[in-house]
Ligand binder design. Sequence first.
Ligand code: SF4
Length: 282
Amino acid sequence: MTTNLEKHVLGVSGGKDSAALAIYMAQKHPEIDIDYFFTDTGEELPEVYEFLTMLEGFLGKRILRLDPHRDFRFYLRAYNNFLPSPQSRWCTQKLKLEPFRNWVNEWLNSGYKVYSYVAIRADEDYREGYTSNNSNLIIKLPFREDGIDKEAVFDILDASGIGLPKYYDWRSRSGCTFCFFQQKIEWVRLKKHHPEAFENAKALEKEATKSGSPFTWSQGESLAMLEQEDRVKQIEEDFEKRLLRNKLKKEKYANPLRANLVDIDDLYNADEGNGSCNICHK
Ligand code: SF4
């Protein structure tokens, strides 16, 4: 079906890349009326909501919250109390992709052509942002098209005055507090920065384990094991060793202040979305 009606949408995750893309599009293409949206699992860090509020201030526009209607616990029960994992990522399907799909389908079914802008940078390997067989849903990758790499993303955020999300001081990703893509050091730091969120994750894991869940949040050990003093010490020491190794590579970056930020990504081996999902973390 051909149509003249157009809708432009851009999903922000609370991460640096999608925020930078929102700023970039607002500055470079003010003539495009974009609906910014955030698929809210209800399990995000408070720093994510703070960052979104700052972004709204910059954009002069509200970021729509797409609500999955049912919360994480509802779906956990529906999935036999089995925790999600990289092998069984039902959380992304139910709490992120479905709300987006339902919302976009309303526009598509009303005869609109929908342009969805996705923050995949020029320096990343291509990973699917969102695919559709519908020829009226068109995925746009402005950062790839315009050669915007990670360094340029930092520049965009710096220049806007928004900077990086606060959680970046201790964690590399947005997404749920208990996201299983977290590194061990990030779990240790979650306990320090948001002890109630750590306890919540531990309680969910305990319940799941009782129900026979084949997965724990963190690979190979429960959070109850991970939080033991000796284990925390070991995780912190391992992280420090990586930090030291990483510092030796610093000189390859032109700007030493910036180098520290780049190192954070390398350290967590994360780059926000690597190995995880764009829709949750970019
Ligand atoms: S952030 Fe992590 S836990 Fe939350 S929906 Fe995405 S993959 Fe699942």
